[in-house]
Ligand binder design. Structure first.
Ligand code: HEC
Length: 244
């Protein structure tokens, strides 16, 4: 019996030691190779062609917490047909990168918004990371609908029984309700005038203080505070305000 206890002590001790060792060994065994880590992301993508490359474009990019600017990035190839599978390989990912995102950046490589994130724990688990991001609609208008209209505007513009100013910004109605439609509040403007953000009441409402100076019933100035999101809406209008 004593032998058995001694034996199990040795086994347990050994396992514990091995456990402790593993952390150190793990670091020793998995150094980032000089050429860096590689992430391969696969997804069924639609809407990619709607981005006005190179003003704004969809990339697989590496970031860290200190900056909004991509440290490394790779453009995403267009799928053969809408919804087809594409793969993008980002290699040369060094230690300074703490997350990799499928995201939109601008021409200065500043982060605008993210569609899919590979976090630090996934990133450090291997030097060859493969992820499947599933099916994503990254279309510019779809993104505006989901990130802007659905997240705030529809509360007053159509999600309940009424729509402020008769304006529906809900998913099935928004595009037809805004593009080329005359503004009720700003004379001579459309709600969205394709090609001209300055003549678009929607852009004016969220990027200027017109809703205060013009005495609207709701102050829209704090609706969209993120400069990158505002820029995305402006780009979308400037590039024709297309639905896909
Ligand atoms: C809390 C309610 C509320 C929210 C949220 C809201 N709005 Fe409005 N919006 C209004 C009201 C009320 C009016 C009408 C103002 C008036 O009649 O004076 C209006 C008017 C407008 C108009 C003018 C329509 C026209 O015909 O000229 C636009 C454009 C507009 N909103 C866009 C937006 C967008 C885009 C968002 C989201 C980013 C948004 N609104 C969020 C309440 C809201």
């Amino acid at each position: 019996m004593r032998k058995l206890i001694a034996l199990s002590t040795i086994i347990v001790g050994f396992t514990v030691l091995q456990g402790c060792d593993e952390g150190r060994l793990y670091v020793d065994e998995m150094p980032i190779p000089p050429e860096g880590r590689t992430v391969t992301l696969t997804a069924h993508l639609s809407g990619l062609a709607s981005w006005p490359d190179p003003s704004m474009y969809v990339v697989l990019a590496g970031f860290n917490d200190d900056s909004d600017y991509a440290l490394i990035n790779k453009s995403v190839p267009l799928p053969a047909a809408e919804g087809d599978e594409v793969s993008v390989v980002l290699s040369g990912i060094k230690e300074n990168v703490t997350r990799v995102e499928l995201c939109v950046i601008n021409r200065l490589r500043k982060h605008i918004l993210s569609f899919y994130t590979i976090d630090e724990s996934q990133l450090t688990a291997s030097n060859e990371i493969e992820v499947n991001a599933g099916t994503l609609n990254v279309g510019m208008y779809n993104t505006i609908q989901e990130r802007v209209f659905n997240s705030t505007c529809v509360n007053c513009h159509g999600a309940s029984t009424s729509a402020a100013a008769g304006l529906y910004l809900t998913a099935d109605k928004s595009h037809a309700a805004i593009v080329g439609q005359p503004s009720k509040k700003l004379q001579g403007m459309s709600i969205v005038e394709p090609g001209d953000a300055a003549k678009s009441a929607l852009y004016e409402a969220i990027s200027t203080d017109v809703s205060i100076t013009d005495g609207w019933h709701y102050n829209h100035t704090a609706e969209v505070v993120d400069e990158g999101i505002l820029a995305m809406i402006r780009q979308w209008i400037t590039h024709g305000a297309k639905e896909d």
